[in-house]
Design a protein around this ligand. Structure first.
Ligand code: UD1
Ligand code: CA
Length: 482
C-alpha cells in the first residue's frame, strides 16, 4: 500500500496496454440544490455563461473518456434536455440515498475493464490535469483519491491516517479511511485534510466494493467514501493526491458560492490574457463568457463582457461598458463605450460607438464609422462609409464612401415581409430620410434632407420630395392660461 501526495508522472498512463485503458466517467448530479433557492436545477446554473455541468463535461472530455455517465435525480429532466445533443449516458437515481448509492446506479452499465473516475456536477472548476493524475494512478490498479489540507474543513469528510502528524507532510501516516463530519468525533474534526470527493478506481474493484456498502451512519446514507476503508481492509493499494489549487475542488451550494467561483474563473482568464499581452484596464471588471482570442496590443477598458466566440485583432481598443458577442474586430478598430456588437465582422480602422448597436449578420468593411444611437442589422457596409447619428440600417447593402445622415431609417418591414435597401457607392443621404425598401439608391446619388424615398433614386442626381416652406405673419404663439 502506498500513500503519497507527490505529483504523478502522466506518462504512466500511456505506458498501459490499450485493452486496459478504458476510462469511464461518472458525474454525480442528482442533488436538488435546495440552497440555490431556484426553480432551475443547480447544475444548470451558469458559470462564465455556460452551465456548471458543462464545465465538468469539458474537463472530463480532455481525458477522452470512453463514456460519460450522468447520475441525475429529481427535476433532472431539464438537465437531460439541456444536453440532448451530447453523447451522454443518463442514469436516474430515485430516491437519492447517498453518494455510494448514486455511483451504484451506474455500476451495471460500466464496462469491467479499465477505470472509473467520479466527478461532481456542482464542482465545476476541476482541472483536467488533476483528473489525469488521478486516472494515471488508478491505471496502476490503485485506488486514487483526491484529498486536500484546507484551513476550514467544517462540514467535510476527514481523511483518517494510521498516525496523524499534522503540519508534517513527509511524516503523514497511511490513509485508512474517511469519516464524514456528522459521524466524526471532536478529535477527528480537528483534522484539516479533507475528502474532495474526486476519485479514480479500477472498475472491477468498484464493482466488488460498492454493493458491500451499508448505511449505518449518522445520515442513514450509502457513503461512497466507505470504499476507502474496504480497499484498505483488502490490502489494496491506495494513493492520495492533491490538486494545485483549492478552487478546483470548491463545490457550489449557494448563489454566493457560485458568484465566488465566477470571480475566480474570470480572474484566471484575465491573468492569462494579460500575460499574453492584452491590456486590461481593470482585470476585476472584465468578463469572458465564451472564447476570447486576441492579437498584440489590444486594450480593453472596464466592464466589458465577451460572449460566444470573439476575436480582437492587433491594436483594437474596446471602450468601457461594451458587450461583444460572436464577432471579429479588425486591426486598429476602436469600439467606443456602451456599444453592443452581436454577430458581426468588422474590418480594420473602423470606429464604432459610443452607444452603437450592431446586430447579427452584419459586415462592416475597413474604415466604417457607426456613431451614437445607430442600429445596424443584417447589413453589409462598404469601406469608408459612415452613419454617425441616430439611424436604423437594416437589411441593407451599402457601398463605399456613403454618408448616411442623422436620423435616416431604412423602412425594411412592410408589416409582413422584410425587404432590402441597396445604397450604391458615393451616395450622400441627408438627415431624416426614410428609404422605403425594396429600393435602390444609385451610385453617386444625393438625397435631400427629410425625403421619403419610395422609388429607386437616380444615380448621380438629387432626389427630394418637394415641400413648400411658408411664413404665417398672422400666427401668434399660444399663451398658457393662468
Ligand atoms: C460529500 C462527501 C464528503 C466530502 C464532500 C465534498 C460522501 C459520503 N461525502 O459530502 O466526504 O467532503 O462531499 O463536498 O460522499 N449526490 C447524488 N446522489 C446522492 C447524494 C449526493 O448525486 O444520493 C451528489 C450531489 O448532487 C453532489 C455530490 O453527490 O453533487 C455530493 O453530495 P453532497 O450531499 O453534497 O455530499 P456531502 O454530504 O457534502
Ligand atoms: Ca456538499
Amino acid at each position: 500500500m502506498t500513500s503519497a501526495t507527490q505529483p504523478i508522472d502522466l506518462n504512466m498512463a500511456s505506458a498501459q496496454t490499450p485493452d486496459n485503458k478504458t476510462l469511464s466517467v461518472v458525474v454525480l448530479a442528482a442533488g436538488q440544490g435546495k440552497r440555490m433557492k431556484s426553480a432551475l436545477p443547480k447544475v444548470l446554473h451558469p458559470l462564465a455563461g455556460k452551465p456548471m455541468l458543462a464545465h465538468v463535461f469539458a474537463a472530463a472530455a480532455q481525458l477522452f473518456p470512453d463514456k460519460i455517465y450522468v447520475v441525475y435525480g429529481h427535476g433532472g429532466e431539464a438537465v437531460r434536455a439541456a444536453f440532448m445533443d451530447q453523447p451522454l449516458v443518463w442514469i436516474k437515481q430515485d430516491p437519492q440515498l447517498g453518494t455510494g448509492h448514486a455511483v451504484l446506479q451506474a455500476l451495471p452499465q460500466l464496462p469491467s475493464t479499465g477505470i472509473t473516475l467520479v466527478l461532481y456536477g456542482d464542482v465545476p472548476l476541476i482541472r483536467a490535469s488533476t483528473l489525469a493524475k488521478l486516472a494515471a494512478v488508478a491505471h496502476q490498479h490503485t485506488l486514487a483519491w483526491l484529498t486536500m489540507t484546507v484551513a476550514n474543513p467544517d462540514g467535510l469528510g476527514r481523511i483518517l491516517r494510521n498516525h496523524q502528524r499534522r503540519g508534517d507532510d513527509e511524516g503523514k501516516g497511511q490513509v485508512i479511511g474517511i469519516i464524514e463530519d456528522k459521524d466524526a468525533t471532536d478529535a477527528e474534526r480537528t483534522i484539516h485534510e479533507i475528502n474532495t470527493g474526486f476519485l479514480a478506481c479500477p472498475t472491477v474493484l468498484l464493482k466488488k466494493w460498492l454493493p458491500q456498502l451499508g448505511n449505518r451512519n449518522a445520515q442513514g446514507e450509502y457513503y461512497l467514501t466507505d470504499i476507502l476503508a474496504l480497499a484498505v481492509a483488502e490490502g489494496c493499494a491506495v494513493q492520495t493526491l492533491s490538486p494545485d489549487t483549492e478552487f478546483e475542488i470548491a463545490g457550489v451550494n449557494t448563489k454566493e458560492q457560485l458568484a465566488q467561483l465566477e470571480r475566480i474563473f474570470q480572474h484566471e482568464k484575465a491573468e492569462r490574457l494579460m500575460s499574453a499581452g492584452v491590456m486590461l484596464i481593470d482585470p476585476a471588471r472584465f468578463d469572458v463568457r465564451g472564447e476570447l482570442t486576441t492579437a498584440e496590443d489590444v486594450t480593453i477598458d472596464v466592464n466589458c463582457i465577451f460572449e460566444g466566440r470573439v476575436h480582437l485583432d492587433a491594436r483594437t481598443k474596446i471602450g468601457a461598458n461594451c458587450i461583444l458577442r460572436n464577432c471579429k474586430i479588425g486591426e486598429g478598430t476602436e469600439i467606443l463605450p456602451f456599444s453592443f456588437i452581436d454577430g458581426a465582422e468588422i474590418g480594420q480602422h473602423a470606429r464604432i460607438g459610443p452607444y452603437a448597436r450592431i446586430r447579427p449578420d452584419t459586415t462592416l468593411a475597413d474604415g466604417v464609422h457607426i456613431g451614437n444611437f445607430v442600429e445596424v442589422k443584417a447589413s453589409i457596409v462598404g469601406s469608408g462609409s459612415k452613419a454617425n447619428h441616430l439611424s436604423y440600417v437594416g437589411d441593407a447593402t451599402v457601398g463605399e464612401n456613403v454618408n448616411i445622415g442623422a436620423g435616416t431609417i431604412t423602412c425594411n418591414y412592410d408589416g409582413a415581409n422584410k425587404h432590402r435597401t441597396v445604397i450604391q457607392d458615393n451616395v450622400h443621404i441627408g438627415s431624416d430620410v426614410q428609404l422605403v425598401a425594396p429600393i435602390v439608391v444609385g451610385k453617386g446619388a444625393t438625397i435631400a434632407a427629410g425625403t421619403t424615398v419610395w422609388k429607386d433614386a437616380a444615380a448621380g442626381e438629387l432626389t427630394l420630395n418637394p415641400k413648400i416652406q411658408a411664413t404665417r405673419p398672422d400666427w401668434t404663439r399660444p399663451i398658457k392660461k393662468p
